[in-house]
Design a protein. Structure first.
Length: 84
């Protein structure tokens, strides 16, 4: 919408910027898990894992990261379009 409306989009900023900033500032869920803990969490739940050895894995919930990335991309788009 911002690209289509250009400068006219500014009147909608008060409505969209609050939720957008909240989403952009989401802290991702991360965990350091041992082998037993990993059995309770699956990748289907939106978690990605990196093995740190035989006994531990680092995990991060990617769904929140995707939302955060989209919000950041939208902020960049707004900044570029509205500075013109």
């Amino acid at each position: 919408m911002c690209k289509i409306l250009g400068k006219e989009f500014q009147e909608y900023l008060p409505v969209v910027i609050g939720p957008l900033m909240k989403t952009a500032s989401i802290k991702p869920e991360v965990a350091l898990l041992d082998t037993q803990d990993m059995e309770n969490i699956s990748e289907d739940d939106g978690w990605e894992f990196v093995n740190l050895g035989d006994q531990q894995s680092f995990s991060i919930k990617t769904a929140g990261l995707e939302e955060k990335a989209t919000a950041c991309q939208m902020l960049v788009c707004y900044a570029k379009e509205l500075k013109r």
